[in-house]
Design a binder for this molecule. Structure first.
Ligand code: SF4
Length: 346
């Protein structure tokens, strides 16, 4: 692997070794005026991850690649100091996505073997350059991928190994990069480094806070979550989840979007699903983030007509003329607040 590979897949041992041997120490990188543009690049990569879940640039010349690689520890420090679960996951995902863009174009079998081994995957190339791997490696990295094609049922296993396409290998390696980056964050950051990068950390923190408040209650005008005001459909779904029952896909979407629409955080919604028999934290977190606008579109809970069509409406009679679960909630919250004001006055 060379500096171009390291810059595009910066979590490899080779990249780490390259940084260790570099003449530029971490302290200089974080403090000296000469490295200001590298620090800015590190911050920009964090912001790209936060906003787009991806990084735009792939480096193909040595000078730019070296700068990119030097910016990697800066980005990791910023993410570590902020220590926000959502940011950490977004950043790991963005590094993985940009690594994938590089990996899928790699043709050299020796390089691919070296890289897969570094990421904890063992692969075998046959004489026709087909790739096979042990099923345990396959499961380790495919379990977070939800397309049915990744299910073991849809693969042929012979003597413990299975064949995969080069595209699928790149996708598994992307997942391996994501896991590796995420598992190393947050890391300890010495105080003097935190102080040196204070302004970058503050800038990213401010953007996170602004996004959080935009995604919060303001859209629906709610200031707190009041479960007693949930419509019957959402209350029933919540009870089912608490009773360890799996929800249908459509009901899961409805409940998740409803809770996010009334201002619950992604983390809190993920937590609610923890008691589901099929709960997978990472997958649930990603689905919830997606519904909450992580990829650009924020979804709204379906209207009552759709809920009824999907068999998710248990209480049309109770709800009378209500057309939307959010309208039900809004009215109940309004009544509840009115009741509280009256109680205070008594
Ligand atoms: S009428 Fe609407 S709000 Fe009421 S239970 Fe059915 S879907 Fe929910």
């Amino acid at each position: 692997m060379d500096i171009i590979d390291f810059a595009n897949i910066p979590c490899t041992s080779g990249a780490l070794e390259y940084l260790r041997k570099s003449d530029i120490g971490l302290n200089d990188l974080c403090t000296q005026a000469a490295f200001e543009s590298i620090r800015s690049t590190g911050k920009e990569r964090v912001l790209e991850a936060l906003k787009d879940g991806a990084m735009k640039y792939r480096r193909s010349n040595k000078l730019a690649a070296e700068k990119e690689l030097l910016a990697y520890p800066i980005a990791r420090i910023i993410v570590s100091c902020i220590n926000n679960n959502y940011l950490t996951k977004r950043y790991a995902l963005a590094v993985a996505r940009s690594s994938y863009e590089h990996i899928k174009d790699l043709k050299n079998a020796v390089l691919l073997k070296e890289l897969t081994a570094d990421l904890g995957l063992s692969i075998i190339f046959d004489d026709w350059m087909n790739v096979s791997m042990h099923f345990t490696d396959y499961i380790r990295f495919s379990h977070a991928l939800h397309d049915p094609k990744w299910k073991m049922l849809n693969r042929t296993v012979k003597q413990g190994t299975l064949m995969i396409s080069r595209d699928d290998l790149a996708r598994l390696m992307e997942e391996a990069v994501r896991q590796k980056v995420e598992s190393g964050l947050p890391h300890e950051v010495p105080n003097d480094i935190q102080v040196a990068l204070e302004s970058y950390i503050a800038e990213v923190t401010e953007i996170i806070n602004t996004r959080a408040s935009k995604q919060g209650f303001s859209k629906e005008g709610f200031s707190e979550v009041i479960p007693d005001c949930f419509p019957p459909c959402i209350s029933a779904a919540k009870s089912d989840v608490q009773a360890n029952m799996n929800l249908s896909h459509t009901m899961r979407f409805a409940m998740t979007s409803f809770l996010l629409n009334i201002g619950m955080t992604t983390e809190k919604v993920t937590e609610i699903f923890r008691t589901s028999p099929d709960f997978k934290e990472q997958a649930t977190y990603y689905q919830t983030s997606h519904i909450n606008g992580a990829s650009g579109t924020t979804y709204t809970c379906p209207a009552c007509a759709t809920m009824a069509t999907n068999g998710n409406c248990p209480g049309k009679i109770l709800c009378k003329k209500i057309e939307h679960p959010l309208v039900y909630y809004r009215r109940k919250v309004w009544l509840e607040n009115k009741k509280r004001v009256v109680q205070k006055q008594v």
